[in-house]
Design a protein around this ligand. Structure first.
Ligand code: ADP
Ligand code: MG
Length: 489
């Protein structure tokens, strides 16, 4: 117990000295340590390697989807009828296409999130299953790099951490730190991709624009990336909200070059714009349109943004759909991490001659009403806190009309095995069994010629939440940041 307290105090001091920080929830001018797990989360080394190996294939997939906008729009159309936000993004995308895109190159910063499915305490071999693929504002790359460094520091500094010594007060843990803490160059890699895109844009003196939320608690995650862009690449970053850009952003010339008070912008990196809250009025929407119409390279463009919709993920799980975009060997690899997913747009009782997909969906809808704990129901939203679990899910399914249902997808619930863990929030440790979600960053840059210049894994993130908590999300207060321990089985 004494060891636990000493390690916690040391970890908190390290966090303050090394930028593992967030804005305080009570005082926007103050920073406090970001919530973190004191110990890394074990993942079998081969599963970590597998996730990294899949990253470039997801990079290619998103790129191919963006090349097939009719498919993307058709996939989203039905759900969008009861989801004004997605509908508006689609309209924006179509508007940009009608005019003709001025952006010539492509840049993506993705994060594919997984949980290790291990039902019944390990009766089946563990399988990595994808929770979702983020194509916009994939956050925590910088802070995850900091947590990896924290865990390496604690393991070296404290024998109690290596041997997991706190039994009485702290309770953990049966696991031993008997694996490798893999290096995590997330912030370097993402900066590198932005710099590469900037190079492709070709105006040396142009700046990078970060589009941010007005009261972002996770500001240091962005600051660390900004510092990296300057230190490693000599790139200037301008951070602005959509509201500020409504006044400042202008398009110049036939190519519609984006300028801000005279400075040209090469790359627009979105850390806002993924939730309806980011568009309180029409001016934020017209600003998004202005950015999309511009020659600057967007990370992501509105089409890439839409490719990350949960509805798209669900449609790709339908046999034959993924196969439109990738060769069979790649499809097989990606399908190995697809969880079961079903559209809720169909009838509860399909006609006998309805497609097999509709019958499968209706079957799972019925099962989800009887046994909701095997499922998650998701709307078309990002940022955590929107999903339906358990009885709430069953009640919603029963009460929603078919049109309302169409805005959601139904997903197989993934059951990771709990690991003893110590979660630290505001300097206070909470110990208990916890579940972890692995995020794999990847970066993608495509030249105007269509040639892929960069497509590679870019580090990782682990988020850990106490067993019994349904949602994830660090900013939303459900989870803490952690890092993976690559363990031999
Ligand atoms: P968001 O875009 O809000 O992050 P996610 O799909 O990542 O949406 O869901 C939020 C959280 O809900 C995840 O971090 C995870 O903890 C939980 N969750 C989502 N899908 C599943 C699933 N299929 N099985 C178990 N938990 C899930
Ligand atoms: Mg998520």
């Amino acid at each position: 117990a004494a060891a636990l307290e000493a390690v916690c105090a040391d970890a908190e001091a390290w966090a303050s000295c090394n930028g593992l920080l967030m804005r305080s929830a009570d005082d926007a001018s103050a920073f406090e340590h970001a919530p973190f797990a004191l110990l890394p989360a074990r993942f079998p080394a081969e599963q970590l390697a597998h996730a990294a190996e899949l990253a470039p294939t997801f990079g290619l997939l998103v790129d191919k989807i963006v090349d097939d906008l009719p498919w993307l729009m058709a996939t989203l159309r039905e759900a969008a009828d009861s989801d004004p936000f997605t509908k508006r993004l689609m309209k924006l995308c179509e508007r940009v296409q009608r005019e003709g895109e001025s952006q010539k190159a492509r840049l993506a910063g993705l994060r594919s999130d997984y949980m290790l499915h291990e039902p019944d305490g390990g009766a089946e071999p563990p399988r990595l299953l994808q929770v979702e693929l983020n194509t916009i504002a994939a956050s925590f790359a910088s802070l995850s790099n900091r947590v990896s460094a924290l865990h390496a520091y604690l393991a070296a500094r404290w024998p109690a951490v290596r041997r997991q010594l706190w039994d009485d007060a702290g309770r953990p843990s049966r696991l031993k730190l008997d694996g490798v803490l893999p290096s995590n160059p997330s912030v370097e890699k993402i900066a590198e991709a932005i710099a590469r895109a900037h190079g492709v844009y070709g105006s040396r003196d142009a700046a990078v624009l970060f589009v941010v939320q007005p009261s972002e608690r996770n500001a240091l995650d962005q600051e660390l990336l900004r510092q990296q862009l300057w230190a490693a690449h000599g790139l200037r970053v301008i951070s602005r909200t959509l509201g500020q850009l409504a006044v400042e952003a202008k398009l110049a010339g036939n190519e519609r070059r984006l300028t801000l008070g005279g400075a040209e912008v090469s790359v627009v990196y979105f850390r806002a714009g993924y939730t309806p809250d980011d568009y309180p009025s029409a001016k934020e929407w017209s600003t998004r349109l202005l950015l999309e119409r511009s020659h600057a390279i967007k990370c992501p463009s509105v089409a890439q943004h839409l490719a990350g919709c949960k509805k798209v993920q669900q449609q790709l799980a339908v046999p034959g759909e993924l196969e439109r975009f990738l060769p069979p060997a790649d499809c097989e690899k990606l399908r190995s991490v697809f969880a079961g997913q079903w559209s809720l747009a169909g009838p509860a009782e399909p006609a006998d001659d309805a497609p097999a997909e509709e019958h499968a969906a209706a079957l799972h809808m019925r099962r989800a009403i009887e046994a909701p704990d095997g499922y998650v129901m998701k709307p078309q939203r990002e940022g955590g806190g929107h999903n339906f679990f358990g009885q709430e899910l069953a009640d919603a399914l029963k009460s929603l009309s078919r049109e309302q249902r169409a805005a959601f997808t139904l997903m197989q619930r993934i059951f990771p095995r709990a690991q003893e863990s110590v979660l630290v929030r505001r300097g206070r440790p909470t110990a208990g069994p916890a579940l972890s979600e692995l995020g794999l960053y990847s970066t993608f840059v495509r030249a105007p010629s269509g040639r892929v210049l960069l497509n590679s894994p870019a580090g990782h993130l682990v988020r850990t939440k106490l067993h019994g908590v349904n949602e994830g999300g660090v900013a939303a207060g459900f989870a803490v940041l952690s890092s993976p321990l690559a363990a031999k089985r």
